[in-house]
Design a protein around this ligand. Structure first.
Ligand code: FDA
Length: 310
């Protein structure tokens, strides 16, 4: 991992830096590249625009590592609202949540109750709740909690990170549940003992796991692939594998983040792929925003350019 990426990921944990950044107008302006606004209304408006191009949505209210049951309750209520309002607006809008936003650090039972509430709401409006994957310290607890909720609800899906050495084992162990699985490369700073340090290894594991999820026996069990990446070479190889395995384009999904590779999102949707874009909103954007910078340190220049007038 490059020094600039490590430095940015270190900065993402520094709350005092976050307080400074959130006060500065130039960072607020830069954040707008990755999110349409801080409130749900802005996210829904962006979702409507995407839907006009045949692109579905995932709503993600920013927030993580809450330290009280009240904050976890507020996050859960906000997500219930997002599910209902997205459905009322006629949007194909799922939600994506971090278990530490639902109270995992406070009490795992609380986080589980909150995820069940969201699964119930999602079920009632025929939508899905994605569970994000956070840093490796949370992976065991996240997989176990997801498994318990998935055993009684189809309305939840899980994110798995291809950079983790354990990822293939987690995926195999989850397949009997026939779940929706979102593959990502992984956004956190992990030691080499836990995550593949070389990009080529991460990409190879991503392709191999995506191919596994495209296999006939896996799909017959109900498992579904959502490949969440902006890496167009990787996407092309996944599409090629899907064609080779005669998997129709409607049976797997490509996911990207709002504001990143917009032209590719439009092009893929126009070519008949199922494309879903994750739209973040909320005022607690600092750690999330710095992780976006770390994914492409050249983005820092974009932020600095915002310092210039005009
Ligand atoms: P890669 O980093 O190789 O980027 C490929 C190309 O895409 C780059 O060359 C660049 O052009 C462009 N690009 C990528 N990121 C960019 C950025 N920030 N700004 C500008 N251009 C950029 N991670 C995680 O650990 N847990 C999670 O729950 C999730 N959830 C999630 C949901 C969805 C829908 C997506 C798309 C991603 C996530 N991620 C995530 C983030 C993921 O792990 C990863 O960090 C990013 O997707 C960036 O990696 P890529 O796969 O795009 O490839």
């Amino acid at each position: 991992m490059g020094l600039s990426r490590s430095l940015l990921l270190w900065a993402s944990h520094q709350r005092w830096l976050g307080r400074q950044a959130q006060r500065r107008r130039f960072t607020r302006r830069a954040v707008r590249r990755f999110m349409p606004g801080e409130d749900l209304d802005s996210a829904l408006a962006a979702g409507r625009e995407l839907q006009g191009s045949g692109i579905a949505t995932i709503l993600h209210e920013l927030g993580e590592n809450v330290a009280s049951a009240e904050a976890a309750e507020a996050a859960t209520a906000a997500y219930e609202d997002a599910l209902s309002r997205g459905a009322d607006a006629g949007l194909d809008a799922q939600v994506s949540v971090k278990l530490t936003h639902l109270g995992l650090d406070v009490d795992p039972d609380l986080a589980e109750r909150n995820l069940r509430r969201l699964a119930d709401r999602a079920q009632s409006v025929s939508r899905l709740v994605w569970v994000d994957m956070e840093s490796s310290a949370y992976v065991d607890r996240t997989v176990a909690l997801f498994r318990r909720v998935r055993e009684s609800s189809d309305a939840v899906g899980l994110c798995l990170q291809a950079y983790l050495r354990r990822c293939a084992d987690d995926l195999e162990a989850l397949l009997p549940l026939g779940p929706a699985l979102r593959l990502v490369k992984g956004a956190y700073d992990e030691p080499a003992s836990v995550a593949w340090p070389r990009r080529a290894d991460v990409d190879a594991q991503f392709l191999s796991l995506a191919s596994r999820l495209l296999q006939e026996d896996v799909r017959r069990r109900g498992a579904r692939l959502s490949a969440a990446t902006h890496d167009e070479a990787l996407i092309a190889r996944i599409v090629e594998r899907a064609r080779g395995a005669r998997v129709p384009a409607g049976e797997y999904e490509l996911q990207m983040l709002y504001g990143i590779r917009r032209e590719a999102q439009q092009r893929l949707a126009a070519a008949g792929h199922r494309v879903r874009v994750l739209i973040s909103y909320g005022s607690d954007w600092y750690p999330w925003f710095v992780r976006r910078l770390a994914e492409r340190p050249a983005n820092v220049w974009f932020v600095l350019r915002n310092l210039l007038p005009g």
